[in-house]
Design a protein around this ligand. Structure first.
Ligand SMILES: [Zn+2]
Ligand SMILES: [Zn+2]
Length: 303
């Protein structure tokens, strides 16, 4: 049975955290990997509240170096060290992140007995037989990446067809699964007739950005699109302010989900200014894309 991809929202606020929402952090868990997307201030306590062990983090994807997305890193790293973290921690980010983090993490006394590798990434930057991670540049005044996690579709044997064929199990089936045609008792069996692809599973992360042409192709066909929405067009100057501050509106997030043919949209990076009218805020998105919701801290989604 294939493992599910689990997404836990550890922080869903915009620049200023509130009693209800912590700074940005999202954890993607899949088959031994615990990939943290951004690490705003207080993220390590959010792990505890969610009853998750921060020592399980394998990789951190930093979208950009604004405080609400990275101020939690020194504290998290310090705790990992105190807890005997003994793996290599991989931190990925946009151009300039290496120098920034080296300075930033070197500011205070951050004792560290484990290895950290910081990489500036663009395009596909990590791949196993089962999944890959990819980055794309967004627009936010400073270098910023959006990320996708793609679990590759596996080839499966069509059990009904197999039953009818009376083919024996064993190495012949392995060949079919690998796309190789086989011959059994003088008869040829074509791999394409006995197999089907399960399809990719794609989770996309769009944090702070101005609406731009790269978004839709990058997040195309997402099973889950997690997208920032910091402003609302149906409010005074909402659209203009989003443009000025290089952010998306609730409507633009909906349009992105619709144009990219994504299956499900979850809004995050929620400003305190919209907390009182969240229903109306979400309505703006839903008018464009129905399967939308607003993330709350500690929400869990499985794909
Ligand atoms: Zn932000
Ligand atoms: Zn930002």
């Amino acid at each position: 049975m294939a493992s599910k991809i689990k997404v836990t929202f550890l922080g869903t606020s915009a620049q200023i955290p509130t009693a209800r929402r912590n700074h940005s952090a999202i954890l993607l868990t899949y088959d031994g990997e615990n990939i943290l997307v951004d690490c705003g201030e207080g993220t390590q306590r959010q792990f505890r509240k969610a009853k998750l062990n921060p020592c399980k983090v394998t990789r951190v994807l930093v979208t950009h170096r604004h405080g609400d997305h990275v101020f939690g890193l020194p504290g998290l790293i310090s705790t990992l060290d105190l807890s005997g973290y003994n793996k290599t921690l991989y931190i990925y980010g946009p151009k300039g992140i290496k120098k920034f983090l080296e300075n930033f993490l070197g500011l205070g006394y951050v004792k560290r007995d484990f290895k950290i590798i910081i990489e500036e990434v663009y395009g596909k930057f990590f791949e196993t037989n089962d999944f890959y991670l990819e980055a794309e540049k967004m627009e936010h005044g400073i270098p910023i990446n959006a990320y996708v996690f793609v679990k590759k579709g596996q080839t499966k044997i069509d059990k009904e067809k197999l039953k009818k064929s009376k083919l024996p199990s064993g190495s012949l089936l392995k060949n079919l699964k690998e796309g190789k045609d086989i011959v059994y008792e003088g008869k040829k069996y074509l791999a394409k007739n006995f197999t089907y692809s399960e399809g990719d599973k794609k989770i996309s992360f769009i944090l702070d950005t101005l609406d731009n042409e790269e978004i839709v192709p990058f997040v195309k066909n997402s099973d889950l699109l997690i997208c920032e929405a910091s402003f609302m067009e149906n409010s005074e100057n909402g659209k203009r302010l989003a443009k000025e501050h290089l952010h998306l509106t609730a409507k633009q997030a909906g349009e992105t989900a619709k144009k990219s043919k994504s299956k499900k949209l979850i809004l995050t990076h929620i400003s305190q200014r919209h907390e009182k009218n969240l229903k109306e805020f979400l309505e703006e998105t839903k008018r464009v894309f129905k399967d939308s919701s607003v993330a709350e801290d500690f929400d869990i989604v499985e794909i």
